[in-house]
Design a protein around this ligand. Structure first.
Ligand SMILES: Nc1ncnc2c1ncn2[C@@H]1O[C@H](COP(=O)(O)OP(=O)(O)OP(=O)(O)O)[C@@H](O)[C@H]1O
Ligand SMILES: [Mg+2]
Length: 428
């Protein structure tokens, strides 16, 4: 049954696909006693009596997972944060979760482009300028029914550094959004604008490639994030702030001592403060994804990172998996389709499906295997209807002649403009 008409409270609705019905059932809007029009018998029959619909009412893991705001960050630019955010959103939606993907890269918003939405009707700009009051008001539909998008502020370079009050307004509303999962795609770097969103999320996801510079940047990002938590906790306690300053050198990112030593130093001064730090360490457990892995030997870089984070920062990092370097990821960007559905059978897509089920959702072996299969099956279905945008027809090539060149962080002359909605005005 692919097109299903139903009668709920005596009202005819539809047609729905089985997945749409599953969504309705998960929300409690469709039950086994509601009627379904059965094509074979041409009769209205109770949904629970139709074998093909049993899957619709199978127990939902959806409700078992508490609402989670994930922030995808990591310091180094170009490591795949946006590509992963888009495909994570698609993968989670394929498991029937309600997902909102948010572009929080205010300096170089491009999540919408990555998802094939070239000209978003609303963006963070409308929220920032109060033209729209709530995040809900700027939420956009995507080609996937249960995946929504909040687009970054396109072509508004001044918004790269939102004011404190605007950040607070954003963070508050973020946690009020109605969804199972909210994915924040962060910009590069370890500036407080990025870090504050990372630590405001329920769960941080660090993305890095195995190359030493990216690993170092990610480690620094993690350190800055944790110190930011401490500095905010003790903002009214100068004595503790002094001890933090003394122990953790900020020059060139080098540390004078480990977090353990720092806690020891603080404990001598103030036991209660040390307890608070332990509390933060218990709650702050970022996930780690290694992206663009070229060779098997590189996979262990994730474990090395985890060990270093534990030894030096006393932070438990959960290394949830890796994604291979895969040309199909780059190619999907050209077609403006998230890679997991552009090529569901690619190495990268299979790894991501496994990472979602086992790493992110913590499904154990058999359940993990089943959920991975479900991601792959459903993204393959979504793939057929997800629009492909032919870049060649509307290509804007990056050039020094572009009005925005001096302010643009991409400056990728000769290649398609990654912030295409800027509609560059070309200088003569
Ligand atoms: N696993 C992969 N294999 C091959 N290419 C990849 C992979 N992951 C990402 N890429 C490519 O790397 C480039 C950068 O990706 P992306 O824009 O997602 O990075 P980012 O971390 O969001 O960058 P920024 O810091 O600028 O926001 C893109 O061309 C993307 O297609
Ligand atoms: Mg990005």
């Amino acid at each position: 049954m692919s097109e299903i008409f139903v009668k709920i409270n005596n009202q005819e609705k539809g047609p729905y696909s089985p997945r749409e019905l599953k969504n309705l059932a998960a929300k409690g809007e469709f039950s086994q006693s509601d009627l379904v029009f059965h094509e074979d018998t041409q009769e209205w029959i109770e949904a629970g009596k139709i074998d093909e619909l049993h899957e619709v009412f199978e127990s939902f893991d959806v409700k078992a997972v508490p609402k989670t705001v994930f922030a995808v960050g990591g310091g180094k630019g170009g490591v795949g944060k946006t590509s992963l955010s888009a495909s994570l959103g698609i993968g989670l939606a394929a498991l029937d979760y309600n997902v909102v993907a948010i572009d929080a890269d205010f300096g170089g918003a491009n999540l919408h482009t990555c998802m094939g939405i070239l000209d978003p009707e609303y963006s963070f700009y409308h929220f920032y300028t109060m033209q729209r009051e709530s995040l809900q008001d700027i939420m956009l539909d995507t080609p996937i029914q249960n995946l929504k998008l909040i687009s970054g502020a396109c072509g508004t370079l001044g918004l790269a550094n939102p004011q404190f009050s605007q950040k607070q307004r954003f963070i508050k509303q973020l946690h009020e959004l109605n969804a199972d999962f909210i994915l924040l795609d962060l910009g590069a770097g370890s500036s407080y604008n990025v870090i504050d969103f990372f630590i405001a999320a329920d769960q941080g996801i660090l993305v890095t490639t195995p190359d030493p510079i990216a690993i170092q940047d990610t480690f620094n990002f993690l350190k800055v994030a944790f110190l930011r938590i401490l500095v905010r906790e003790f903002r009214n306690n100068n004595k503790i702030l002094e001890i933090i300053d003394l122990h953790i050198g900020s020059n060139s990112g080098r540390m004078n001592s480990t977090i353990d030593d720092l806690i020891y130093g603080i404990e001598k001064e103030n036991k209660e403060a040390a307890e608070k730090i332990y509390g933060h360490l218990n709650r702050f457990k970022p996930l780690l994804i290694l992206n663009m892995v070229h060779a098997n030997e590189e996979i262990k870089e994730g474990d090395t990172f985890k060990t270093a984070a534990k030894e030096l920062l006393s932070i438990d990092v959960d290394y949830i998996g890796y994604i291979e370097y895969d040309d199909s990821v780059r190619n999907s960007l050209k077609e403006l389709r998230p890679f997991i559905l552009n090529n569901p059978k690619s190495k990268a897509s299979k790894s991501l499906a496994k990472l979602i089920s086992a790493g992110l959702l913590k499904k154990d072996r058999w359940q993990g295997f089943k959920e991975k299969r479900r991601v792959m099956k459903n993204v393959s279905i979504d793939s057929k209807s997800y629009p492909t945008t032919n870049l060649n027809e509307s290509e804007i090539i990056c050039s020094v002649k572009c009005f925005y060149w001096d302010d643009c962080e991409y400056q990728n002359g000769g290649h398609p403009c990654p912030i295409r909605h800027l509609d560059p005005i070309f200088r003569r």
